[in-house]
Design a protein around this ligand. Sequence first.
Ligand code: NCD
Ligand code: ZN
Length: 345
Amino acid sequence: MDSLTIPRPDDWHLHLRDGAMLRAVLPETARHFARALVMPNLVPPVVTAAQAADYRDRILAAKPLNSKFRPLMTLYLTEETQVRDLRAAAEIGLVTAVKLYPAGATTNSASGVSDFAKVRRVLENMAQIGLPLCVHGEVTDPTIDIFDREAVFIDRVLDPIRRDVPGLRVVMEHITTRDAADYVRAGGPDLAATITTHHLVINRNHILAGGIRPHYYCLPVAKREEHRLALVAAATGGEACFFLGTDSAPHLDAAKLMPCGCAGCFTATNTLSILAEVFEREAALERLEGFVSRHGPAFYRLPVNTDTVTLIKGEPVAYPALIATDDGPVTVFDPMMPLHWRVAG
Ligand code: NCD
Ligand code: ZN
């Protein structure tokens, strides 16, 4: 096979930021993707319906001319989130999901949840109206090793929440372990997971062996090779509970390359080429469509996109190493392998 036409993909977990960064990175996603679920971890975070409407308008204003890209908005769940505000935002279709960050788990998560009892009523209302909860699945307990934080989160936080609020629809975001893949598989129709592009490519050695490589540092941090293999099996296996959320998370190089650098890999630019390469290696190219174009809309109860993209195989494609912003460069994720599939048109 040297050409593959699929419904235009969606990205179910994306950081677009704001201002100069938004203007620089939005075209990278809008070029290939029809829709993206936009994360709300701005400073200050997108907490209310009014803030989500304003942010959506700033994204639409930054969109390239003639682009049909549609941002799908999320609200950042806090212990002060108001049920009435949330329900109104869901009813008019302004928000597609609510994002739960355990307080302190990752970039700009300080306003997240510490006491889960305080958000119970909100979660019950979300279960009633079928509004999905997107979960950053890591405990923040400093005594838990960073490589174990996802697996411990499932037992300590996620499973209790799901038992406590039956019918709550949950997406476990950017899973990085076999434990999470197995938990999601067994979780029934109300549970799904996003998988990033970079977690299909790197394991923890890529960050730490032979020199420290800040551009491969993200959260949840990449785990052992056996976990990467479990993620590849999940993504390429055709199961509807797994779909693409790139977690493309741009930071200026100046913020990545410092003694305490930021977490995040920027993959918007070359994601589809990388995924085609990964799926082809697994002899699973025919399942790429499910992972990038069909399983996500099915979970979010949205139509599959009607227009298409075509991927064409040929000589290795050259992608830029950097994207320029008015504030400085952002490094594009280096997959450390030749990419033979390009997105036509
Ligand atoms: C994300 C960011 O930079 O906003 N960083 C990351 O490493 N993935 C936050 C997140 O999704 O955890
Ligand atoms: Zn993210």
